[in-house]
Design a protein around this ligand. Structure first.
Ligand SMILES: NC(=O)c1ccc[n+]([C@@H]2O[C@H](COP(=O)([O-])OP(=O)(O)OC[C@H]3O[C@@H](n4cnc5c(N)ncnc54)[C@H](OP(=O)(O)O)[C@@H]3O)[C@@H](O)[C@H]2O)c1
Length: 299
């Protein structure tokens, strides 16, 4: 079975590729070439905004499943660069969904907990999204496109993804935090944002498993611990024997010039627990898993 994954240099995709290539013929699309060779996985260099080349590549590869992980995921960048965010997060998703539909190929979209407005928390898959920033608006549109294209498509809403990059660099707040704490520098984390962080290894395993199932519809991929980002960072610092005082609490919605963030975007993971074999973990267990995983060394 052939799996095509977009955003293959990214944080989440790196974990998927490292785990999926044990059982799948994995093809990744990246804007820049990976510096390392990767057994059992093939990389294709492509800007997804090039619709013609993307369609050609799709027809050449004929994947069985696509995991669409590429996105502009920087909330403030999306707020300030709306047409670019719309092009990458919505139009590219539409092109891929059309390619999948014409080729009877299942599509799994990586979406986000921040589709919710954060007024309630513990959101399940039946709760209605309500965007508080433009990034979330684009992800909601992308979700609608993917779900409308085929009943066998899935939308995996990821909670805050925590961990060290498995392949490549990726957008890892944990790696940045550890680097600062090692230098004795303070690190700011919002006290107003409650999340259910999922470790990157579990996220990658769950997405890989989802690609191989017949499940269609929305699923929340989230950890078992509901916690503010500030408390999460303090727990991480404590576990790694860094001074907790270096973690400074902020209010992300009181910082001028930044896009609004949902306060409590915690996700209910009951559906994932009932459908997937991949266990959803506590923050402590997820941290242990990501710190101890040596998959990267197999690259
Ligand atoms: N990380 C989280 O906490 C989190 C939480 C919820 C949802 N998600 C979702 O999960 C997915 C993966 O997130 P991530 O953290 O892995 O993000 P990431 O590390 O920023 O990776 C995204 C990748 O998309 C690629 N990309 C963007 N525009 C592209 C284009 N025009 N052509 C080709 N590639 C392009 C980027 O390539 P370049 O490296 O070349 O820019 C990047 O490697 C996203 O859909 C995000 O919305 C993430």
């Amino acid at each position: 079975m052939k799996l095509l994954i977009t955003g293959s240099n990214g944080f989440v995709a790196g974990s998927v590729i490292a785990q999926a290539r044990k059982n799948w013929d994995v093809h990744g699309i990246a804007r820049s070439v990976l510096p390392t060779t990767s057994p059992n996985s093939t990389y294709h260099q492509l800007d997804l905004l090039n619709t013609g080349k993307l369609t050609q590549l799709f027809l050449k590869l004929k994947p069985d499943v696509v995991i669409h992980a590429a996105a502009l995921a920087n909330i403030d960048f999306c707020q300030d660069n709306r047409s670019m965010a719309e092009a990458v997060n919505v139009s590219v998703t539409n092109t891929i969904a059309e390619c999948c539909k014409s080729n009877n190929c299942k599509m799994v979209l990586c979406s986000t907990d921040t589709v919710f407005d954060g007024s309630k928390g513990n959101y399940n898959e039946d709760d209605l999204p309500n965007a508080v920033n433009y990034y979330a608006e684009t992800k909601i549109k992308a979700e609608e496109i993917v779900l409308a294209a085929s009943e066998k498509n899935s939308v995996a809403r990821l909670s805050l993804v925590m961990g060290l990059p498995v392949i490549g660099k990726g957008n890892s707040f944990l790696a940045e935090t550890i680097a600062k704490l090692k230098k004795g520098e303070p690190v700011k984390f919002p006290e107003n944002e409650t999340r259910t962080p999922i470790d990157v290894i579990t996220a990658g395993a769950a997405l890989t498993e989802l690609a191989g199932t017949n499940f269609g519809g929305i699923i929340h991929l989230a950890g078992n611990t509901r916690i503010t980002r500030f408390e999460m960072a303090k727990q991480i610092a404590h576990t790694m024997a860094f001074p907790e005082e270096l973690i400074i609490g902020t209010d992300s919605n009181a910082i001028p010039g930044r896009a609004p963030r949902p306060n409590d975007a915690s996700l209910n993971n009951s559906k994932a627990k009932s459908i997937l074999k991949t266990p959803m973990l506590s923050l402590a267990d997820g941290l242990t898993l990501t710190m101890n995983t040596k998959i990267a060394q197999q690259v």
